[in-house]
Design a protein around this ligand. Structure first.
Ligand SMILES: C[S@@+](CC[C@H](N)C(=O)[O-])C[C@H]1O[C@@H](n2cnc3c(N)ncnc32)[C@H](O)[C@@H]1O
Length: 312
């Protein structure tokens, strides 16, 4: 895959974050981790998954994108997302650690220190107490000490890491004995019609597209592959499940406009095309989509999820 743009949090939220939040809600419920635990969210982006975590004692987000981490650090709600649970809204209003300007290696807010609270070593600095901490880092080389978290999760990110197996080994390394380690990715090959229609229209106009088409480039995002990575990392009680969510678009513009935000593979590809090519792609897509008589578009998306336990 070519370099993928991840930078503008608002544009990402409108394009993908709003859907990841719905998967995350079902995913976190599936994990069944009680409140008061130490969580790590790798490839945390703007916080779609972190926002669903119930009452963590500590939550650390790691991402390569400074821009996304700023949004994560603020715990901001996307303007496009009007369907969040009351619990989430209450937590956002309670106000997590404020964002700090600039691409500091550790962006940490004033985490309240508590007796008996966990500690995390990050880039040589000591993160103490509970609260919310955002770190710039690579999933395949986490800036964290061993065995510190009760739950290590990742949403829609592992397929973007050049060596996902190395990332899974890292997720395991920083997990405490007995911790749950879990992730989800889109079922790009068979469960992402939003992108399938986009790439089908693109391929018709650009025969050289190849594996930029995510249904080809990320065809490895399957339950058996995820289970293999988890087992190879030495994790126990490995299980997978398919998570389906409805994707509802008011009209074609509601579908199309987020692709113009430039975040992720398809919007990044679109931005690389000329205005005339973008126009042709848009019109081809308009005719491919199952637009209802009232103008709305209703799709179903599916993600594969995996979880396992660190021995001990
Ligand atoms: C599709 S977004 C998912 C964000 C968020 N977890 C969600 O579910 O909406 C992919 C995220 O992975 C991050 N990412 C990509 N490669 C990474 C790497 N090697 N290490 C850490 N984060 C990475 C990107 O910056 C981006 O935030």
């Amino acid at each position: 895959m070519a370099d993928i743009p991840w930078q503008a949090g608002d544009a990402y939220e409108a394009y993908m974050g709003r859907w990841s939040r719905h998967v995350a809600q079902l995913f976190v419920a599936w994990l069944g981790v009680p409140g008061g635990r130490r969580w790590l969210d790798v490839g945390c982006g703007t916080g779609a998954l972190s926002a669903q975590i119930p009452e963590p004692a500590l939550i650390v987000g790691v991402d390569r994108s400074h821009g996304f981490l700023s949004a994560w650090q603020g715990g901001s709600r996307p303007p496009a997302d009007k369907h969040q649970s009351r619990r989430d809204t209450a937590r956002t209003q309670a106000g997590p650690a404020p964002a700090q300007a600039g691409p500091a290696p550790v962006q940490a807010g004033p985490a309240p220190a508590r007796a008996g609270s966990p500690e995390v070593q990050a880039d040589g600095r000591r993160v103490q107490g509970g609260g919310r901490w955002g770190l710039v880092g690579d999933a395949a080389g986490l800036p964290l000490a061993d065995a510190r978290f009760d739950a290590v999760v990742s949403g829609l990110a592992l397929n973007f890491v050049p060596r996902p197996e190395a990332a899974v080994a890292e997720l395991s390394r920083v997990a405490a004995p007995g911790a749950v380690i879990a992730a989800y990715v889109w079922d790009y090959a068979n469960g992402m019609p939003m992108m399938r229609h986009f790439w089908a229209a693109a391929a018709e106009l650009d025969p050289g597209l190849g594996e930029r088409d995510e249904s080809l480039g990320y065809a490895f995002c399957r339950d058996d592959v995820l289970a293999g990575w988890w087992s190879d990392a030495g994790l126990h009680a490995v299980t997978t499940r398919r998570i389906e969510i409805p994707m509802f678009f008011r009209d074609f513009d509601d579908f199309w406009t987020p692709f113009l935000g430039g975040q992720g593979p398809a919007p990044g590809y679109l931005a690389s095309r000329s205005p005339a090519q973008q126009h042709d792609l848009r019109e081809s897509l308009r005719h491919r989509l199952p637009v209802r008589a009232d103008g709305a578009i209703a799709l179903t998306a599916a993600a594969w999820a995996v979880q396992g336990r660190k021995p001990g």
